[in-house]
Ligand binder design. Structure first.
Ligand code: HEM
Length: 314
């Protein structure tokens, strides 16, 4: 666009809003030039790290969690572009999926920041100030799961037969796989971690379930014309994503937890209070977003073999 076309477009834009274009041009003349720190909101971002103890490694713990939450937000941003695009092409679907996978690869590959980047002695002290909080209470992680697949794949295996398309969202919510971690395994009652989480997020997550019921990644995939559902690049991107979240990330998380909670003679309890070995290791719950894209052997071996590598179908 040349100068006069630009001015004409500006004129049109503001006239359409019932605004005087000259006032806006004058505003432009007097406005401050943009600066990096204002655009990125650096001051606000760097003002969000508040330690609760005198232990320096607590800062590593807080900031790494914040980085995770930022990346979760980036993941949700990409997912929503798949979900809210009508008649999406396989190419666009795959592009966003690969962006999402790269974010999760980044999170998986950086988990050493947790396992190697803190002193066990410090962690064992500052974690006491966190109880009963846990990353388990990350609502964004739950949103990612819900927007990835049909709800049935997130329901605790024991209750899957009691759920169908007509089941109330509230009932589904009460039987999501993660409810197991919300039970104190000694008393059998809902623990404080879960009570707090539900008080803050239950309604929001139920709304999210409704929103993504028909536009989650799996439903969008099944909606594609049959020939596109056979597109190997897209299938590989779906498998890569499933594997990255439900095996790679989960295993890196498990290993970090084991390093701290299993290190002493007396095994430590999780801050949230779950039976965490069984809860976190993928071989037990076998959480899978897209089970139809894996063969019987791969499903059986989920979380047992195939840990390091995900292989492409040809
Ligand atoms: C030393 C580091 C970490 C340890 C020891 C740890 C430990 C645990 C444990 C034991 C649980 C099971 C629930 C419970 O009883 O609390 C859990 C769940 C969870 N944590 Fe972590 N965690 C660590 C770092 C992180 C980080 C950096 C994140 C990123 C946000 C995170 C996110 C989560 C999520 C999303 C869950 C729920 C996962 C699920 O339901 O399968 N954790 N964590």
């Amino acid at each position: 666009m040349n100068r006069s076309e630009l001015l004409e477009a500006i004129d049109k834009k503001y006239q359409a809003m019932g605004q005087d274009p000259d006032v806006h041009l004058s505003g432009l003349l007097h406005s401050e030039p943009m600066k990096y720190w204002d655009f990125i909101q650096v001051d606000a971002l760097l003002g969000l790290q508040t330690k609760r103890t005198q232990l320096p490694d607590e800062m590593v713990f807080i900031m790494y969690h914040q980085i995770n939450e930022l990346l979760f937000k980036m993941v949700i941003w990409e997912m929503s572009q798949i979900s809210h695009t009508e008649n999406i092409t396989p190419k666009k679907f795959e592009m966003h999926l690969m962006r999402i996978s790269r974010y999760f690869d980044m999170l998986s590959n950086s988990f050493d920041i947790m396992s190697e980047g803190m002193e066990i002695e410090q962690y064992m002290k500052f974690r006491d100030t966190l109880t009963p909080a846990s990353g388990f209470q990350s609502a964004q992680y739950r949103k990612i799961e819900i927007a990835s697949t049909e709800l049935i794949n997130l329901i605790d295996y024991r209750y899957r037969k009691t759920i169908d398309k007509n089941t109330a969202y509230e009932y589904a919510f009460e039987n999501m796989y993660w409810q197991v971690a919300g039970i104190d395994h000694k008393t059998g009652k809902k623990n404080k971690l879960m009570e707090n989480f539900e008080e803050k997020y239950k309604n929001e997550l139920i709304e999210w379930m409704k929103e993504y019921n028909k536009i989650n990644l799996w439903s969008k995939f099944k909606e594609l014309p049959k020939e596109h559902q056979k597109n190997t690049d897209l299938i590989n991107a779906m498998r890569h994503y499933d594997h990255t979240v439900n095996i790679n990330w989960v295993m890196h998380h498990y290993d970090a937890a084991a390093k701290y909670l299993d290190h002493g003679k007396v095994k430590a309890e999780a801050t949230g209070g779950s039976d965490w070995h069984k809860y976190m290791h993928p071989k037990y719950q076998k959480r899978i977003f897209f089970p139809e894209l894996w063969n019987a052997e791969e499903l059986n071996n989920w979380g047992i073999t195939n840990l390091g590598g995900y292989h492409k179908i040809l």
